[in-house]
Design a protein around this ligand. Structure first.
Ligand code: NAI
Length: 246
């Protein structure tokens, strides 16, 4: 129960990595806001977290909208009494060859995967500093923040920015007792990869163990990064990629 009474927002909490992170954080005693576009999914995860003995509230958010994220932070403080960090995790992919990567397709992913992390850090940290609350932000980047993938010009750019924002955010917020770290998943077995085995198998083959990574394996690292045991990890983005980047 090393996170007992800590108040954490998880975006993209309805599914995949976010859902597992909610359960891992609840297992450590953290109270949660399960924030997602998919409010029914968020409600189901909040109920699962509550069954582990913590407070958990679902909240409908579009993380690509500044005003939504600002309101999410207000909601968290209203419901949980304080704020000790956020898992800025919601994200999408939109794969297209570069010559079809029109501005709308480019910007959609930049807004959801990149701007959302800035909004979370900005509104979350401002609120924490105003409250005198300490804590941690964890941002979901990707191995594709470090290497190029075909059809992913938008996603590569967004995730590289997330790696950078974890670094800069950490530098600027350390004096307030706030850490910022990233996590860079490899290929994780979640709905974002779709159901087509002919797509998934070549992804799995790029891991040292030739299998997709289960979302719980990312979640356990994320939950650790929020704890005091990780207090010397700051600004870094930790790969959870079964050796992909090694
Ligand atoms: P997922 O599709 O299972 O979960 C993503 C969640 O984000 C969904 O619940 C969705 O409703 C929510 N979401 C999407 N757009 C949103 C918006 N505008 N506002 C609020 N919520 C929104 O996918 P997964 O795999 O759990 O993805 C989580 C994060 O992990 C994403 O940032 C993704 O880019 C990243 N990631 C995933 C990898 C994978 O192989 N699955 C690999 C590397 C990074």
């Amino acid at each position: 129960m090393e996170m007992k009474d800590q108040a954490i927002i998880v975006t993209g909490g309805a599914s995949g990595i976010g859902r597992e992170a909610c359960l891992a954080l609840a297992g450590k005693g953290a109270n949660l806001i399960v924030a997602d576009f998919n409010i029914d999914g968020a409600k189901a995860v909040a109920a699962e977290a509550e069954a582990l003995g913590v407070k958990a509230f679902a909240y409908k958010v579009d993380v690509s909208k500044a005003e939504d994220v600002e309101a999410l932070v207000e909601f968290a403080v209203e419901k949980l009494g304080t704020l000790n960090g956020m898992f800025n995790n919601a994200g999408i992919g939109l794969v297209k060859p570069f010559l079809e990567m029109d501005p709308a397709s480019y910007l959609k992913v930049i807004e959801v995967d990149q701007h959302s992390v800035y909004y979370g850090l900005y509104y979350g940290a401002k609120k924490m500093v105003a409250l005198g609350a300490k804590g941690t932000f964890v941002n979901t980047a990707s191995i594709y923040g470090s290497v190029a993938a075909r059809g992913s010009f938008n996603y590569n750019a967004a995730k590289a920015a997330v790696v950078s924002m974890s670094r800069s955010g950490a530098l600027e917020l350390a004096e307030h007792g706030i850490r910022v770290v990233g996590v860079a998943p490899g290929f994780i077995d979640t709905p974002i990869l779709g159901e087509d085995e002919s797509v998934k198998a070549p992804l799995a083959a790029q891991h040292m163990h030739n299998r997709l990574i289960q979302p719980e394996k990312v979640a356990s690292v994320v939950a650790f990064l929020f704890t005091d045991a990780a207090s010397a990890i700051n600004g870094a983005t930790v790969p959870v990629d079964d050796g992909f980047l090694s």
